[in-house]
Design a protein around this ligand. Structure first.
Ligand code: COA
Length: 159
């Protein structure tokens, strides 16, 4: 059973117990570093979310309603999905896919004014790119160049 829940302190140990390998760590920020930044700088517009598998936190992402989303969209009612990772011991089992499908209802339930999710994924990160497309994200052909290379800019409308 896979569930999305707003991050809580009791998830910290599970979410800081895993590392990503050298390749994967180029593509995302780890939960610990992300949580530290949010703690320091959160203006109430960033929401960390735990991905629970049998009530254990095995993955993480952030819904960011701050200004960074405007690098990807002009839509004020959107949110930027960032810092997605799944504990490597739990990768390849369909958890990421189920989480990204469940995201739609999670956003609808908790942020009813939000009508779009946007994200950026590195050109080299084929598995994440495929995952997002399989979960209904669309590639309208937009991209941007960042320090770690080019990224596809994807979006998913919420109706
Ligand atoms: C990308 C990531 C979140 C996928 O999570 P996951 O739980 O392993 O993914 P799933 O098992 O649900 O797989 C979903 C789809 O992703 C793709 N995928 C996942 N792992 C893959 C791999 N090793 N090789 C190729 N495709 C892969 C496949 O298309 C798969 O669909 P399928 O099962 O129908 O073949 C996970 O690999 C991860 O944490 N990666 C490191 C961080 C990262 O890249 N985050 C994204 C930043 S934009």
């Amino acid at each position: 059973m896979i569930k999305l829940c707003f991050y809580k302190a009791e998830d910290f140990e599970d979410l800081t117990s895993y590392d990503l390998d050298e390749i994967q760590s180029r593509f995302t920020a780890m939960p610990k570093a992300t949580l530290e930044i949010i703690k320091e700088k959160n203006a109430g517009d960033k929401f960390p979310v735990s991905i629970l598998y049998q009530n254990k936190a095995v993955g993480f992402f952030v819904l960011d309603f701050g200004v960074d989303k405007f690098d990807l969209t002009e839509n004020e009612n959107s949110t930027l999905l960032r810092s997605l990772s799944i504990n490597p011991d739990y990768q390849g089992k369909g958890i990421g896919k189920i989480a990204m499908i469940a995201l739609l209802d999670f956003v609808k339930d908790h942020f009813p004014e939000c009508n779009e999710v946007v994200l950026a994924v590195n050109f080299d990160n084929k598995s994440a790119y495929e995952l997002y497309l399989k979960c209904g994200f669309e590639d309208q052909g937009k991209s941007r160049e960042m320090s770690k290379g080019f990224q596809h800019l994807l979006n998913k409308k919420i109706e």
